[in-house]
Structure formats: structure tokens, C-alpha cells
Ligand binder design. Sequence first.
Ligand SMILES: Nc1ncnc2c1ncn2[C@@H]1O[C@H](COP(=O)(O)OP(=O)(O)OP(=O)(O)O)[C@@H](O)[C@H]1O
Ligand SMILES: [Mg+2]
Length: 623
Amino acid sequence: MTRATTVEPDADPADGYEPCGIEDRYAPPAAVPDPDRDKGWFRRLLPLLLARRLAFAATLVCGVAGLTLQVSVPMVLRRAVDTALDGRTGSLEAHVWALVGIAVAAFGLRFAYRYLLFWAAYRIETDLRSTIYGHLTRLSFSFYDRVAAGEVISRANSDIRSIQLLLAFGPLAGLSMLSFVLAVGFMLTIHVPLTLVAVSTMPFVFVLGQRMRDRVFPLSWVTQGRMAEVAMVVDENLSGTRVVKSFAAEAEQITQLSRAAQRLRWSATALVDARARFNPLIEALPRLGMALILLYGGWLAIEGDIGVGALLAFSSYVVMIAVPFRMLGFVLLQAQRAAASSQRIFEILDEAPAIADRPGARHLVDPAGRLEFRGVRFSYPGADPDAPPVLDGLDLVIEPGETVALVGRTGCGKTTVARLLCRFYDVDAGAVLVDDNDVRDLTLTSLRHHANQVTDEPFLFSESIHDNIAFGRPDAPHEDVVRAAVAAQADTFVGELADGWDEVVGERGYTLSGGQRQRIALARSLLANPRILVLDDATSAVDVRVEEAIHAALRDLLADRTTIVIAHRLSTIALADRVVLLEGGRITASGTHAELLATSPAYAAILASGGNGHDDPDGQEAI
Ligand SMILES: Nc1ncnc2c1ncn2[C@@H]1O[C@H](COP(=O)(O)OP(=O)(O)OP(=O)(O)O)[C@@H](O)[C@H]1O
Ligand SMILES: [Mg+2]
């Protein structure tokens, strides 16, 4: 009979239920993309834009006002020349002051609209970034078994950036097109045929721009991919630098890097080449337009059809109207990129976590710690379907407070058992139960709060020793941290470090020895104080003398905990009340160490081979 150890998902702390896990302390994004996969990429991103609609609206108002002023400058110039200078009917001073006033106001408005626009674009970038990284942290082990995390992150970074660029420059291009419309409107009020001559080169600007985009887009896409490739090679080399150096393989790695760098250089040069061919041509066209204006407009002025001021205004406009077309070209290119980028982003966002709380999952509360594996069958996702499952028909019951040693050859599935218990993967058949609750019916936070494991490859963060130990309980008082460290025999070497508890360990804890890292990891789990603890080869790198001291402390600490020790060493197995043997995906023997030694040749063989379980080629498993 076990206690009632679960509560409803919406249980109140007042009912005696204390929420477990670490609280969220970050500001959530203002909006998240639309989850509907049938919608286009832009519509899916729309909620993020709408969340910043005030900024966009203000941008629009300031932008339209600023551009109208800017476009009116040549008109003022025209009036000044035609009335004050030529006709001598107006005041030059008034026109000068008007231009000064326009310049000041246009500055203020342009500043405001650019500032607001980029303000909104960067906020949307942040929203998108936190949504993506938040999602990446929720994805399950099976996702990271499939993809290289470094690559996903570097890709996400450039993809987010290309969407942000579109969001900033798209509205700018829209406003710029508006200035084109206004300019043409002003020109039409002066002289219609001359306006047609002035805009006659624009279609060519557009067509050339289109050609350039067709050539530039694929090249820039390839270049971006190759940049990520170089980043990945560098990243892998640097994080694997200890392996590279120990094989003196630097030359080989540098060759690999230079190959990637050359591929990047090729596409970047091709990109520059394409741009260099088209850009001067596109820039030259408005100048050609200027010549046409001078030819036709000059003739009109000589004939007296238009004033000199009008001619001056036209020559300003012809330069002004080329800008929107070039901008439009850039934005169309950026839109193509953003479309491809958001496709990749949605690939990540649409990936549902393989392991998640089912609706109505209950919180595990103060469990007694009875564990049961009932007919468990499991293969890793993506494994060869013809290969035998890692676990097949695994039956194992562990009573509350019991310490069980799980022994088996290397690769037989011991770590897999621990992963299924913490529900990092789901079983293919059968069930894993904690206090008679299927782990799939429990919330992940409460399950992992009460069931913790110390792995054989401890990962430390580049933080202080104190913060590493307090990882699962950031608010734990320092005395508790020290107590956990003492039990794990981690306090001895901490005292010798220059900064003691505040010493920041290098990346992944590489400034510590393997045994020291293991002791910190053990202290981290002991501080979390879980009812169910798995020690997966947790002291394999610690010398026997220190291990003995750890065991002396652990014996007390494990007394009322349910513990699975995965062990190769006899000294570690000695911690356990009972030993079980995992073979061929199931438990084949169970009993005390002495009983198994006497009855199970396989057990004796594994111990004799130092737990490495190297297959004996003759099948003559000697003790
Ligand atoms: N993430 C994974 N994806 C696919 N296969 C895996 C994965 N992890 C382990 N395996 C495979 O599952 C089998 C069991 O692995 P597991 O890590 O559970 O063995 P183990 O008993 O813990 O071995 P060891 O004593 O060496 O730690 C192995 O054949 C291994 O190749
Ligand atoms: Mg293992």
C-alpha cells in the first residue's frame, strides 16, 4: 500500500502542496508566432508585429510627415528661383528660412521614425529569440540525438537576423515608395511630359535590380550557409581542442578549416562580383535621367515653357526617385531571405517535444519512492528497426528506501534504465511506475524534482563552485551547499582553490580533474535532496580512498532514499542492499552480491573483467 502521492495539476500551495522546480524569472516574450502550420510565414509572424503596433503606427505617422517635408524641398527651391531670383517678385529670405525650418523638422521626424522602427524591430528579434531558445530548451533528448546543437543555434542566429532586417527595412522601403509617389505628384503639377521623361529610366532600374536579385539571392544564401559551416568547424575544434592536441592533429584540423574558409571565400567573392557588376549600372541610370532632363527640360526652359527653378526641381527629383527603387530591390531580396529563414525557424518551432506533460498530468508529491519497471521494452528513436531493443521485457521492483546495484556489461542499457526512470524517453511497451503512478501521468517537473541522477559524464557550468552545486536549488544557504559538498568529499579540494567556493570553473568544468568534477556533480544532486537517486558510475573517476569516504557519508544519506547505483567496482556495489544483473535487455539475476557470485557465472565474469564486460572471444568467461 502506498500513500496518495499525487495532486491535481492546479493544486493550491494552501492545500499543502509546494510547487517544485525552479521558478521562471525571465520576462516572457510579448507575443509568440502563430502555431497554425497552414498559414504562410508572414501571417505566422504577424502576432509579433501586432504586439508592437503602437511603435509601427508612430513610425508611420512620423515617416509620412518627414518624407512629405523632404519631398517638398525641391518645390521650395523652385519657387525661390522662379519668383525671388528670376521674377524678383518674392523674398529670398523667406524661402531660406522655409528651407531651414524644413531641414530641422525633417531631421526630428526622420530621427523619430528610424528610432521607433529599429526599436520595434529589435524587440521583435528579442521576442523571437526567446521563443526559439525557450522552445529549444523544452525539446527532448531525442531531438538532440538527431541534430548538432551548435549548428541549430548558429543557424537560428542568422535566421533571426534576416527576419529582423526585413522588419526594419520593409517599412523603410514602403515609406520610400511613398516619397516616390509624392515626388511624381509634385513633378506632375509642374510639367507632365517632363515627368514622364524623368521616370522613364525607373523601369530599367527595377528590371536590372530584379536581375541582380536573381543572381545575388542564391549566392548570399550559399554564403550564409558556408559561414555557418566555418563557425561549426571552429566551434568543434575549439571545444574538442584537448582531443585535437592530444593527437597532435592541429594541422589536419587547420586544413579542414581552410577548406571551409576557401569555400566561403569562393561564394563571397562571387557575391561581390555580382554586386559589383550590377550596382554601378543601377546607379548610372538616374544620371542618364539627369541628362535627359537637361536635354528636354533645358529646351523647354529656353522656349519659356518652364522656369529655371522648375528645371532645378526636376533634377533634384530625378535623383530622389531612384532611391525607393533601389531600396525596394534590397527589401525584395531580404524578403526572399526572410521567407527561407522563417521556414527553418518554423521547422524548429513546429518540432513538438517528444516528452511533455499530458493534459491533466498530476504532480508527484512527497513520494515514498517505490519504483517499478513493468515489462519495459525500449529502443532509441531512429535506431535500426531490425536490431534487438535495448531493453526487452525488463521487470524490476525496488522498494522504498532500498539501494539496488544495477550491474551489466558495457552498452547493456544501464544508463538507459536511468533515463527511462526520469522520463527522458518514453518506453515502447510496458510502464515505468513511481509509487504506482505511471511516469507518463506525472508532471515532468515534479518527477524530475523527486528523481535525480548523477551521470558518469558530469557537466559543469562556467560558474563558481558554489553556483554549480546550488544549480538545482539556487536559493540554498551556503551551509547547505557546504554540507552537500562535505558528503561528496568535494570540500577538501575546494579549500585548496585560490578563490575557494567562488572559484569559477573553466568551460564544462575543465579546470577540475575528472574525479573533482564527479564530486561536484554528486554534491549538486545531494543538495537537491531527491527521494529517488540514481548514481550512474558517479564515482568511477574518484580514487578508492576518497570513494570510501564518500560511501561512508552516503550510507547515511541513502538510508531513507530509493537508490539505484550503477557500478562496475565491487566497492560501489557494496553500498547496495541487493544486486540485479541486466543482460539481454532484462533482469536475469537478483540477490545479494554473495548469492549472485555463487549462482550467476555471468555476474562473476563481469566483475572479473573489471566491469568493462569485454567479450571473451572463446566464450570462456573466467572469474
Ligand atoms: N542516445 C542514444 N541514441 C541511440 N542509441 C543509444 C543512445 N544512447 C545509448 N544508445 C545505445 O543503447 C545501448 C545501451 O546504452 P547505455 O548507455 O544504456 O549502456 P550502459 O549499460 O549504460 O553502458 P556503460 O556501462 O558503457 O555506461 C547501447 O548499445 C548504445 O549504443
Ligand atoms: Mg552508462
